[in-house]
Design a protein around this ligand. Structure first.
Ligand SMILES: Nc1ncnc2c1ncn2[C@@H]1O[C@H](COP(=O)(O)OP(=O)(O)OP(=O)(O)O)[C@@H](O)[C@H]1O
Length: 253
């Protein structure tokens, strides 16, 4: 079993007015196989948490720690974090002109594993994963995310998740912009990664709809750079019914 542990994390960004603290002491422990949903109002710092775990240079960790099985994640470069088993699916996946999906997937898999996957089994695996995610075979020859619709980009993120087999995934608003069918297909991909690889997940979302498909073990309410409350799936239902008012009032926002 693996553990991703975030302890009393404080993160600032540099603005024109000087340093601004966005995360104000976040603690969260995710074990293999667990799904933790993070819900919170706009601007509360959810994406900042995701980007900090992934190692985005813009975010400065002023105190606290992130460890993966006791190893200091904050001391790792971005590629080392991926090699250690962390995966980030971003709110806005980037386009990579001039690099086909086929080349990208194989190059990334080689970099992650330290050796090239066997061509015959790999090609079969990619084809099967694409079919399960209902991604047309033509996409293999297209440049990464170039001209992909929002929903297509999200499917391709989950394709990577299934092929790269990370220990932990951070999914930042993977449900945004998905139609009902795509939401189901994408959720099934995440669920497969759970059951087949015992992946742990931090799932950032605004809507409880995705939680009908990907069942969270824990729900954390994120307000003003902190976790205001944690509970089980019933907490998501309360948020859906009542919004964030009671949590915002508690921090005086
Ligand atoms: N360059 C910047 N200058 C000032 N404030 C910034 C800058 N970058 C981020 N922030 C602020 O950091 C806060 C946290 O943003 P973040 O994207 O992490 O929130 P979020 O919870 O993911 O929001 P959303 O639900 O809208 O995606 C926001 O108030 C945002 O305006």
């Amino acid at each position: 079993m693996s553990t991703l542990e975030i302890k009393d994390l404080h993160v600032s960004i540099e603005t024109e007015q000087g340093a601004k603290e966005i995360l104000k002491g976040v603690s969260l422990t995710i074990d293999s196989g667990e799904t933790h949903a993070i819900m919170g109002p706009n601007g509360s710092g959810k994406s900042t948490l995701a980007s900090t775990v992934a190692g985005h240079p813009r975010y400065e960790v002023t105190s606290g720690s992130i460890t993966l099985d006791g190893e200091d994640v904050l001391a790792m470069e971005v590629d080392e974090r991926a090699q250690a088993g962390l995966f980030l699916a971003m709110q806005y996946p980037v386009e990579v002109p001039g690099v086909t999906m086929t080349n990208f997937l194989r190059t990334a898999k080689t970099a992650l594993d330290g050796e090239a996957p066997k061509l015959r089994t790999w090609t079969k695996e990619v084809k099967e994963a694409m079919a399960q995610l209902k991604i047309d075979a033509d996409f293999a020859n297209r440049n990464v995310n170039e001209g992909f619709s929002g929903g297509e980009k999200k499917r391709v993120e989950i394709l990577q998740l299934e092929l790269f087999k990370p220990k932990f995934a951070v999914l930042d608003e993977t449900d945004s912009g998905l139609d009902i069918d795509a939401l189901r297909v994408v959720s099934e991909g995440v669920n497969r990664a759970h059951s087949e690889n015992n992946m742990g997940t931090m799932l950032i979302t605004h809507y409880t709809r995705i939680l009908n498909y990907i069942k969270p073990d824990y729900v954390h309410v994120f307000v003003d750079g902190q976790i205001a409350e944690q509970g089980g799936p019933e907490l998501a239902d309360e948020l859906e019914a009542n919004g964030y008012d009671r949590f915002l009032a508690a921090v005086g926002a």
